[in-house]
Design a protein around this ligand. Structure first.
Ligand code: CA
Length: 440
């Protein structure tokens, strides 16, 4: 687990004025990574770090001579359109760069004159998925979500017996993960009405979002060599916002016996920014398991995981319908949850994923599963908020939703704050539902 260091000091201020705004996602204590370029220019995508309303162009800063010579091999990896090589360099390398960036961006830094020319306003940027995601695994770590969904499918037996022992997951599809700002067509699939003997092929009618945290693997492990829980977080580069769009009617018909398939693989959305585990150090919390639940097996148990395994990370879903857009209304909050409710921690997910010897690679991606709290306002999917489509949610302009309609834009946001550390944010993961295409 990362110790607090000088980069976390709450009193640090930057010469980038917008970074000192208390509402910014990107104060000098955050320093998240993305892959970006200036929109509409014939430029290479490259790595950047957010500061206030700007992006530090890392290759440009390297060229300007802002960093120590010893960082040169690392900085060469950041002049690429994917972060995988940098992610694979490990925690020590990420931390060295974070310290030098923090020092160069502080008020009074002698590097200010050099770095000022390396800033790009975020309003001028476009982004890519920041890593080549080789493999993507989606977990199911919210017991509230698992129980709410289980009740809809199996009222007498909502939580299956393995849930409290295994961080449940399935292997997902990485090719359809896109960066915030995209649209996707409503998927077709096999739908079977409860009162019908046969399915039909039709556009999904029960399209849903899933409020998840995305986890990027940093340094990988050799095949056959599990990652112990005490080393697990050393293998995690950072976290982002993640929407695992789900077609509930396709899912209901296909999910047994092997789990979700086409109900999930048509689109997923990540935020452009990855907040490093080091930046999250001030917002860690104790993790516990209710005493009347089974306690984890020893390979999923550690002192650090108990003391600081959870992340106090607020998670939010915003919805803007086509009518709200046309009427000039802002997106409206439909859910507010927190990652600290998770039944399993990031370290437990990584330790479990690799316990059979499965090799994780830099840039591999884990979804946390939908993060639902215990109240109606804190559930992370419409399936739960509407009790399976039975009770629509009411929007402030009089519209209702059971599931998503064409033209709806869903935006996920996340942030951390505490009494002793400033607010840091994750930016947005937003995408818009487009009408189904005709099938030829
Ligand atoms: Ca999911």
């Amino acid at each position: 687990m990362t110790q607090l260091n000088e980069t976390h000091q709450p009193e640090l201020r930057s010469w980038v004025a917008s970074a000192n705004n208390q509402q910014t996602d990107f104060p000098i204590q955050n320093l998240p990574f993305s892959i970006f370029r200036r929109h509409g220019r014939n430029e290479k995508f490259r790595a950047g770090v957010a500061i206030g309303e700007h992006i530090v162009d890392l290759p440009a800063a390297h060229k300007a001579g802002v960093f120590s010579m010893s960082l040169t091999p690392m900085l060469r990896t950041l002049n690429k359109s994917k972060l995988n090589k940098f992610m694979g360099m490990g925690k020590g390398a990420w931390s060295e760069l974070r310290l030098e960036l923090s020092q160069a961006l502080r008020e009074g830094s002698p590097s200010q004159a050099l770095l000022e020319n390396c800033l790009v306003p975020q309003t001028q940027a476009e982004y890519k998925v920041p890593a080549r995601i080789g493999d993507y695994t989606d977990f199911y770590t919210s017991i509230n979500h698992a129980t709410n969904v289980g009740k809809l499918f199996r009222p007498d037996n909502p939580l299956l017996p393995n849930y409290q022992w295994i961080p449940i997951g399935y292997h997902g599809r990485s090719s359809s993960i896109e960066v915030s700002g995209h649209g996707f067509h409503r998927p077709h699939g096999q739908l079977k009405a409860p009162d019908s003997d046969t399915p039909v092929l039709a556009p999904c009618k029960r399209l849903d979002y899933e409020l998840e945290v995305g986890i990027y693997i940093g340094k990988g492990n050799a095949m056959g060599h599990p990652i112990g829980i005490n080393q697990a977080e050393d293998h995690v580069f950072g976290l982002c916002m993640f929407n695992d769009w789900s077609a509930r009617d396709i899912q209901a018909w296909e999910y047994q016996p092997l789990g979700p398939f086409l109900s999930k693989s048509f689109a997923s959305t990540v935020s452009p920014w990855i907040v490093t585990m080091e930046a999250l150090a001030p917002y860690r919390e104790a993790w516990s398991r209710p005493s009347d639940h089974p306690q984890p097996l020893p390979y999923l148990e550690s002192h650090d995981n108990r003391n600081v395994g959870a992340v106090d990370m607020h998670l939010e879903v915003l919805l803007q319908t086509a009518k709200m857009k046309a009427d000039g209304h802002a997106a409206e909050r439909v859910a507010l949850s927190n990652f600290n409710q998770s039944y399993w921690t990031v370290a437990q997910m990584v330790a479990h994923h690799s316990v059979n010897g499965c090799n994780l690679k830099p840039g591999d991606f884990l979804g946390s599963g939908t993060q639902s709290g215990t109240t109606a306002e804190s559930v992370g999917a419409l399936l739960e908020a509407t009790q399976g489509g039975k009770n629509p949610i009411n929007l402030s302009n009089g519209e209702q939703r059971t599931f998503l309609e064409d033209g709806d834009t869903v935006t996920l946001t996340g942030w951390c704050d505490s009494e002793t550390a400033p607010r840091i944010g994750f930016g947005h993961a937003a995408a818009t539902v487009l009408p189904a295409l005709e099938i030829e």
